[in-house]
Design a protein around this ligand. Structure first.
Ligand code: PLP
Length: 422
């Protein structure tokens, strides 16, 4: 692979993002229909999010309640009409790779489809990274709060977990507070012999979108200590305002060699059950290793997932822009509530994702997830599942119908108010 295949092109995200919308095409995302969706409708769909905790608003698992892009529905129907449900064949693997590479152009990245391979899901890619690159007996750094499986899966591969808490920069008159890497602690861990790091960008559950400078600093440290980076970019399309997603591997030939990238259309199009994520292997040694030792995972990837993913990447941009507008509207509500009725709760505005991190420790709630489940019928993720720093915190998925999000905050506020906590 030449360096040209992974350098950032002069394409700006603005020229690409939502191009269809700006050129007059309307989104096929139906916001009014989402607004009108009731709890009963969502329970009838039968997702884990709406059936695990009966009668509760599901705000824990990272799924969006917005239905499917019409192009995805059509592609799945067409696949069924034409009996395309056998093991995944090479032509579909190639289409996944090409359409994923085209989608990466949204972020100004011109990546060679030849280094993109299918894998059932991002977590399987993480498992392969642990098994084949990190290897048993070694360690991996996970900045916390973290997406929960990053903390539980390493031990299954006999890999030690090093949790490094993110630093919270307090808000000032000019900034509203931000999350920062603890580069000193990271360097100390590298110096002691850790050679692997999990980068989740945009970062679930805190919604941080990394800047180029932060990633370059991480890359320079990684270079000094011979560290490999698992770059989870599943939330890539969800970056708000001036924040821009920059694929770690796209920054330089150095980052391309360090990165083991995985992404998927599953968050942006809500198709995680179709099982077709992608690895982007910009280090040629990884590609070779993959073909020797991990090709089996490609065989486990679902053909229907390849079809759904390809249709989403190829034809779903305008639906996604509509969905993302809806997510932005919900994010504005979360910001408003946290700055208003819930202003005593610790909160840093997310820069991306559809997930918020709420710190109830100022209210001295020991187990806010359990509290809101029992007293407000709202199901959130217990912050402790995201690392030791998560005590007193919850992770909230706000990609739900806007009226239900309002109800969610009403329910939570009423419970706290009745108990004299707010
Ligand atoms: C950051 C992150 N990575 C990975 C996953 C899981 O993705 P997959 O279903 O492809 O394993 C999620 C799901 O919520 C996630 O938020």
């Amino acid at each position: 692979m030449t360096t040209d295949t992974h350098t950032t092109e002069a394409l700006t995200t603005d020229t690409l993002r939502g191009a269809a919308l700006r050129h007059g095409a309307s989104s096929d995302f139906d916001a009014a229909k989402v607004d009108a969706t009731t709890i009963e409708d969502l329970q009838a769909v039968g997702s884990d999010k709406w059936t695990r905790y009966e009668g509760c608003i599901g705000a824990f698992i990272a799924e969006m309640d917005f239905g499917l892009a019409p192009c995805v529905v059509d592609a799945i129907k067409e696949a069924s009409d034409h009996h395309r449900l056998g093991y995944i064949p090479d032509p579909w693997k190639k289409r996944v790779a090409t359409s994923c590479a085209d989608w990466q152009k949204r972020y100004g990245w011109k990546v060679d489809p030849a280094c993109i391979r299918p894998v059932p899901d991002v977590l399987e890619a993480f498992e392969i990274f642990l098994r084949e690159i990190v290897r048993p007996g070694n360690s991996v750094i996970v900045p916390t709060p973290a997406y929960m499986p990053f903390l539980s899966v390493p031990q299954l591969y006999d890999v030690d977990l090093l949790e490094i808490p993110m630093l919270r920069k307090a808000s000032s008159e000019v900034t509203e507070g931000e999350w920062l890497f603890d580069f000193d602690a990271i360097e100390r861990a590298f110096a002691k012999g850790c050679h692997a790091f999990v980068l989740c960008n945009p970062h679930n559950p805190i919604g941080k979108v990394l800047t180029r400078e932060e990633m370059l600093r991480l890359s320079d440290l990684a270079q000094r200590y011979d560290v490999r980076i698992f770059s989870d970019e599943i939330h890539a399309p969800f970056a708000y305002g001036r924040n821009r997603h920059i694929p770690f591997a796209s920054i330089s030939s150095q980052t391309a060699m360090q990165a083991f990238t995985s992404t998927s259309a599953s968050k942006s199009f809500n198709i995680p059950g179709t099982k077709c994520a992608q690895v982007i292997l910009t280090n040629p040694n990884d590609l070779e290793l993959w073909m020797e030792r991990a090709q089996w995972s490609e065989h486990q990837t679902a053909t229907i997932g390849a079809i759904a993913t390809t249709s989403a990447y190829e034809g779903g941009a305008s639906w996604f822009e509509g969905a993302f507008d809806y997510v932005r509207r919900n994010a504005a509500l979360v910001n408003e509530e946290m700055g208003g009725r819930f202003s005593k709760v610790g909160y840093i505005r997310p820069e991306g994702t559809y997930i918020a991190w709420l710190d109830f420790s100022p209210l001295h709630l020991d187990d806010p997830a359990d509290y809101f489940l029992k007293k407000a019928n709202v199901a959130l993720t217990d912050g402790r599942e995201c690392g030791a720093v998560g005590a007193g915190c919850v992770r909230m998925n706000f990609a739900m119908p806007h009226p239900l999000l309002e109800e969610c905050f009403d329910r939570m506020f009423t419970a706290l108010h009745v108990d004299g906590l707010l």
